[in-house]
Design a protein around this ligand. Sequence first.
Ligand SMILES: *Cc1c(COP(=O)(O)O)cnc(C)c1O
Length: 809
Amino acid sequence: MQNKTGIFKDKQDFVEQYRDRCKTQLGKEFEDLNEHERFFCLAKLIADKARQTGLKTHVKGEKRVYYFSLEFLLGPLLDNYLLNYGVRDLVDEALKDMGDDLETLCRQEADPGLGNGGLGRLAACFLDSMAHEGIAGNGNGMRYQYGLFRQEIVGGRQVERTDDWLSHGYPWESRKNESAVIVQFGGQVVRHEDNGYFWFTQEGGEFVKAVPYDVPIVGYGAKKVNELRLWKAEPSKDNFDLDAFNAGDYTKAFAFRANVQAISTILYPNDAGEHGRLLRLKQEYLFVSAGLQSILRTYEREYGADRWSELAEHVSIHTNDTHPAMCGPELMRILVDEKRVDFDEAFRIARATCSYTNHTVMPEALEKWPISTFRNLLPRLYMIIEEIDRRYRDGFPRTGSNWSDALKNTAILWDGQVRMANLSVIFSHSVNGVSALHTKIIEDSVLHDFYKLTPEKFNNKTNGVSHRRFLGNANRALSGLITQAIGDKWYDDAMELEKLAAFEGDDGFLEDFAKAKQTEKERLARYVKEVTGEVIDTSTVFDTQVKRFHAYKRQLLNVFKVLDIYNRMINEGFEPQPTTFVFSGKAAQSYTFAKEVIRLINSVADVINNDPRVSDRIKVVFIPNFAVSNAQIIYPATEVSEQISTAGTEASGTSNMKFMMNGAITLGTYDGSNVEICDLVGEENIKIFGLRANEVEAIKEGGRYFAWNEYNADRARLGRVVDMLVDGSLAHLSGNFESVHDELMVNNDQYLVLKDFHGYVQAWEELMSGYDNRRLWNRMALHNTAKAGYFSSDRTIRSYAEDIWHIGK
Ligand SMILES: *Cc1c(COP(=O)(O)O)cnc(C)c1O
């Protein structure tokens, strides 16, 4: 799509507007600006265009979706918005004429780390796809002053540094003072009555001002520009301790201010230790309450103050995991206490409006709050939850032999805790999983008792990713080639990629395809050189595992494979396919095991890369600070995509889709969306290994797994690798790895690393033995790209729109 949206008539028009913008924005000529200022003015110019398009594409009376997520991992926006407006080539060329360079300017953009990983990135892909599909779909989230920490590697260890992403200003946001709302914490509930109608207010406590910052979301083709509304917590006038301030007690006054601002200061890491933290609960309530107040204000303006019963016909509220679980009760609170809607009717409305996506089957990741904490902080909300829970128990069908267990498993309040997943299900008309296998697991086990009660609520929505960002923006070499071959309609409709299948027998095209891969490998090599100083050989296979560090994702299994290959090269003269093993990812600050695995990878890299007996064949690199911006360099350059979670643990995975789009072959377990990738590309175009989910379950339930048996059954290879953790072989950089060893051999290897080891190494070797037949390899790679259209988040969003949000096309 070349410049059909017409935000710039031609190059000259762009140059004039851009030069003007430099003068009005910063009072200087373009020539006198530094790189960051040139980026900033360009982004400001596009942001203004986006807001204008937003006004034009706003349709009165259309159904609005609000996607509530504590995380949005947006990534840099400039290049994506230029692409979506269809002016990327025009701006690229115009900047060249001006002696500048688009890529250089794009690199100036801060990468806002307002998310941990997959869940936050999914939310961002959904915003892109909702705008592209012409859905009025807005995001509602939190404007953290500091994003997820910046990761540095020092002596092999992860070191966390503050991510001060706002320090140079964020050109895309605009603060909306007039849309600020007050959010209340604590205090006493007071009952009121008016002619037999009861309602409640919360008196006293803490009043916090929530101020929205809006970021425009430009859909491809600019059919729609939506908004992502991010909330910042500030002290409210009503509450700022003026007496203390006037009396000169600045310490007290500022302590209060700091306490309030803390609510939107940091993003919590998802993997460890945040549960039960009061500040986290405050964050959750703040963005829920502020978001709903603002939604209902808009609704009232559009539909009037007496049409609450039809709210669900005009508004959908979608909750990304349980973090926004208070949406249902908070909506009820506002309807009952402020809009005088009857309690039962308010519950009906809340349930018809809200829907919920489950993201995890890990029991330790299911949120719970102590009732005492919850009740003190949110007394009125607790009352509503208690009443709904009471009615739920009263109405529970007492039939069948297990009804009391089912009630115990599904009630909101149990054992002194508020269970957020149960709260989410009870307040939603739809509950979905994120891949076929994951949905089956929640239906069969995690939420099984709910499923038996209301099977019609449950549905699957297999995740997707923005193919425009992760192929179009990320891989210029390949996207250019694709457009040459099949035209540019694939940006609009990812299923067009299927037309590439016609080129699978075309030798010339396959060579061009391989050339594009080589171009991207060289780009990654330059990046690796820049950030680590390491030189990597672009004639080796790039084998990549990049994602959050977590025991279930089994980066440890990957390192074991690398160590085994190394040992056999030294001891048996094994000659593996020359390979560069690429790792990247962050571990939560408090997740000791995950951080030890990072240190292990760096120690293995230190040994292998410095051993001349092997270093011309294999190399290990750890790229620091994994984020959307460098992900966009890593995915396109990869040839083998490592997706090796213990079957049954990864809900979907989305990097598997991004790699596949870019022509990487998946080496993976039969887990999450790997299952669907396998279905689509066929078994000959993917390499699956290891235990299946049902086998994992059987082994665990049977109590038949003993890590020592695995160790003893193969002392020579597996045993050797396990020993290396503690025998000094890897200790040169920063010591041994006793805790990793204990996790396997004392804690009995929860994620079955030892069990899947042989199958995995064998699968890797089989896959690699095919690499030298480059024609066949390229054909497999091309086939993966050709089949990747299904994994566009456009498809996912169309399915949410139809089945969950009931938006007619
Ligand atoms: C896609 C993406 C993820 C998710 O990766 P998985 O391998 O699916 O866990 C995490 N972080 C970033 C920056 C991503 O772009």
